[in-house]
Design a protein around this ligand. Structure first.
Ligand code: ATP
Ligand code: MG
Length: 290
């Protein structure tokens, strides 16, 4: 079964995250057996990105969400480093700035959605406005509870404009999170990644799971599906996400655009230039003067 089918949150369906095993690795036992598949996907992704960029008719938005230390940065590093930077953008969403906070919650995201031909990755996203905002009561329930429908409408607008949207929850266990915090503590080069808030947020795990479940149930749609990716094993996470992105790009029917110029004319000009001649207004070759 493809990972699109295996990990998609069926639109309108129920989600029970505790039924999902974050350590799942399918038929793979180790990074070694998964690695050739990941490499194959990365190669294909890069070819498809070339077509997306050349065609400049559609775009792809990849939303990455996770609890702390879920591996969003790793996905971006491993899966997008081989892409052409010209058609790829990454935006991280942190606490809204003063300016951002004076607008509606979708404003800062709308400013950064991909242009035609581009792939854009959101490292966190407008979903924080129904996750951290809900868990910490940053706005009243009567405000955040309306946001699911607003998000669906927003994603519909993007989709109608040629943007494919795929959304990933990188799902790790609390034990794996603690282990990753420990690595950040033990490794001086990763100390900067740890914060007090990581430990206090961890206590709110059940509230985050509840918030994620509702977000997944209410906003997984045909035009913007959610995928829950077992992410305790980083290599399996990368395998599943790279396959889903590749298959999505394949489904988009990308092709090189037809040329807007007469190729025979251009070829004739090229040959004439090669022989030191030019083509006059009547289409005849003549010796270049001077
Ligand atoms: P890591 O997972 O590696 O720790 P990170 O994505 O958590 O990386 P941080 O700079 O640690 O990066 O955290 C960004 C913070 O901004 C998160 O705690 C997130 O919940 C918060 N944030 C994002 N959007 C909003 C929002 N709309 N309102 C309030 N907080 C937000
Ligand atoms: Mg953090």
């Amino acid at each position: 079964m493809s990972y699109i089918k295996e990990f998609i949150v069926s639109p309108g369906g129920k989600v029970q995250l505790n039924k999902i095993d974050p350590s799942y690795t399918d038929k793979h036992e180790s990074h070694e057996t998964a690695s050739p598949h990941i490499q194959e996907h990365l190669k294909r992704m890069s070819q498809l990105q070339y077509l997306l960029y050349a065609d400049a008719d559609q775009s792809l938005l990849v939303v990455l969400q996770a609890l702390d230390a879920g591996g969003k940065d790793g996905v971006i590093r491993h899966l997008f480093s081989g892409m052409n930077p010209q058609g790829t953008k990454v935006f991280g969403f942190k606490q809204p700035s003063k300016d951002e906070a004076t607008h509606d919650f979708l404003w800062r995201a709308h400013l950064r959605v991909p242009s035609k031909g581009d792939i854009t990755i959101f490292n966190r996203s407008y979903y924080e406005d129904v996750l951290v905002v809900r868990v910490h009561n940053l706005v009243e329930k009567k405000i955040w509870s309306k946001r699911y429908d607003l998000i669906n409408d927003f994603e519909k607008i993007l989709s109608n404009n040629g943007t494919r949207i795929i959304k990933f929850l990188l799902y790790i266990s609390p034990e794996e999170q603690l282990e990753r915090f420990k690595q950040r503590l033990d490794d001086p080069s990763r100390n900067w990644k740890i914060s007090d808030a990581d430990y206090s947020e961890r206590e709110l795990w059940p509230k985050y799971i509840e918030a994620y479940q509702e977000a997944l149930e209410r906003t997984s749609t045909h035009h913007a599906p959610w995928f829950v990716i077992p992410a305790n094993h980083k290599w399996f996470r990368d395998l599943a996400i790279s396959e889903i992105i590749t298959d999505t790009l394949e489904e988009m029917g990308l092709k090189l655009p037809s040329t807007h110029v007469n190729m025979d004319d251009i070829r004739n000009k090229y040959h004439a230039a090669e022989q030191g001649q030019s083509i006059n207004a009547n289409g005849k070759t003549e010796k270049k003067s001077g």
